[in-house]
Design a protein around this ligand. Structure first.
Ligand SMILES: Cc1cc2nc3c(=O)[nH]c(=O)nc-3n(C[C@H](O)[C@H](O)[C@H](O)COP(=O)(O)OP(=O)(O)OC[C@H]3O[C@@H](n4cnc5c(N)ncnc54)[C@H](O)[C@@H]3O)c2cc1C
Length: 434
């Protein structure tokens, strides 16, 4: 299939990223038997970051990607880095105590810096642009924002976030559709597909063996029984001492634990035609994620398009009204864009966990997994991959923070967990409208 027509088989719609990332290098499928120290399944941010850091540490790594690198969430997301964890910092503090909440905040700060340093060190571009606004859609949330800004500055050592009142927020957004909210100058947004292409190339040059179009179909053996892992694929097998499952929302039936703890949810983005240079939309170029349960997240691209996400779906089918819903949401915020052309509409699988914190585990000796980054994986999936690599190389204290997180299985067992998820998410999404 030509580059122009290529369509991810696991994520709906052709993304604007695909049309703006330049060449997507290809990596040959696995053919035959091979062996390595660590086998990685999944070529998104998490798997590739682990591959890069393991290879740089002198480990012999083979990574399998079932389709093309970038076909999963990592090549198709909103590109927003954020700060902290997906779960609210003050709720984390209440649940885990100050020390652990602060350590998790600091871990996310390290994740942010690691993301940008990796691009810098390997000299690839990712169109980083600074700033993130979080406006609230109900005035009752304004006090929460003020409290968060205050707590971060006085107790968590983070003074890059400030509170904007309604008027200042309207000026920053170019829209009066919201109340006040926060302005975080310590983070920003990237072109995720460019980042992923650069990461894959860095891992490849560091010595990691990458294979696209190669799905792992079974994992046999285990270090528990003293044997090496044998990862089966249609045309070959890998024998490995350790194995990392980095499949996020695309885990299929490879392991029951993943199916119980990490569930897929679809999120969709639309890209407009380039807006005129004098458009009042986001004059400061920040990314935006709002306070809704079904978060509306948007930003301008380097060529001045509005990239707008906000339509979600909880079942497996792709909704037919993505463009219509996105246009309605854009127009609610920017009425003057009511007839702007939407040139691309696409989606992907955001993998969620019950507490919206990542599921990082050693499932059995030598068999690791990381996933369920719950819409906050741009920096966190990259960093989880790095921490897993560092742990396999020499042990990592920070990884323990993620391993210690309590991540319960979704209720309902194999039969009912999906219908229960749909019910619960539909209920919460309705609350946005009240
Ligand atoms: C529309 C959308 C918007 C988002 N916006 C943001 C955002 O703005 N900010 C943010 O922080 N996060 C965002 N996210 C979440 C973020 O993209 C993810 O958390 C992150 O990319 C997860 O990376 P990953 O490597 O774990 O998984 P993925 O990138 O999904 O990679 C998993 C890979 O595993 C492969 N795979 C699966 N099974 C097999 C197998 N058996 N054999 C071989 N390979 C296999 C898949 O093909 C896939 O490529 C968004 C997600 C979506 C979908």
């Amino acid at each position: 299939m030509s580059k122009e027509n290529y369509q991810s088989p696991i994520s709906p719609g052709r993304s604007w990223y695909e049309d703006s990332c330049g060449e997507r290098p290809t990596y040959a499928p696995l053919d035959g038997e091979t062996s390595c120290d660590v086998a990685i399944i999944g070529g998104g941010f998490c798997g590739l970051s682990a591959a890069l850091h393991l290879a740089e540490g002198g480990t012999n790594v083979v990574l399998l990607e079932a389709h093309r690198i970038g076909d999963g969430a990592s090549g198709r997301n909103g590109g927003q880095m954020g700060s902290g964890q997906r779960a609210d910092i003050l709720e984390l503090e209440e649940e885990l105590g100050f020390q652990r909440a602060k350590a998790l905040w600091d871990l996310a700060e390290d994740a942010k810096h690691s993301l940008l340093q990796t691009a810098y060190r390997h000299n690839f571009t990712c169109d980083f642009a600074p700033g993130q606004l979080t406006p609230v859609h109900k005035s009752k949330y304004e006090d929460d924002c003020r409290r968060e800004v205050e707590a971060l500055a006085t107790r968590f050592g983070y003074d890059e976030m400030s509170y904007l009142d309604q008027q200042a927020m309207a000026e920053a957004l170019g829209s009066g559709a919201y109340f006040g909210g926060t302005n975080d100058v310590g983070t920003g947004h990237i072109h995720p597909m460019k980042y992923l292409i650069g990461l894959a190339s860095a891992a490849h040059h560091a010595g990691a063996q990458l294979h696209e179009q190669t799905a792992a179909t079974a994992i046999e053996g285990s270090s528990k029984s003293g044997s090496r892992f044998r990862i089966k694929t249609k045309h070959g097998t890998i024998s490995a001492n350790a194995c990392l499952l980095a499949m996020n929302g695309h885990h299929g039936d490879l392991r029951d634990e993943l199916a119980a703890h990490v569930l897929p949810l679809q999120s969709f983005i639309g890209a407009t035609e380039p807006l005129p240079d004098d458009t009042p939309v986001l004059p400061g170029g920040q990314a935006v994620d709002d306070s809704r349960f079904v978060v509306r997240y948007f930003r301008k691209s380097a060529d001045n398009r509005l990239l707008f996400g906000g339509r979600e779906a909880y079942g497996a089918a792709t909704p037919k009204d993505i463009e219509k819903v996105i246009r309605r949401q854009i127009t609610e915020i920017y009425p003057y864009l009511h007839d702007v052309a939407i040139t691309h509409a696409w989606g992907g699988s955001v993998a969620i966990t019950m507490p919206r914190m990542p599921y990082v585990r050693e499932l059995e000796p030598g068999l690791w997994t990381a996933g369920g980054f719950s819409g906050h994986g741009v920096m966190m999936s990259n960093y989880a991959g790095r921490l897993l690599a560092e742990h396999l190389l020499d042990g990592s204290e920070q990884l323990k923070l993620l391993l210690d997180l309590k991540i319960p299985a979704f209720p309902g067992g194999k039969l009912l967990r999906h219908p229960l998820k749909v019910l619960a998410l539909t209920w919460y999404s309705l609350l946005d409208r009240l």
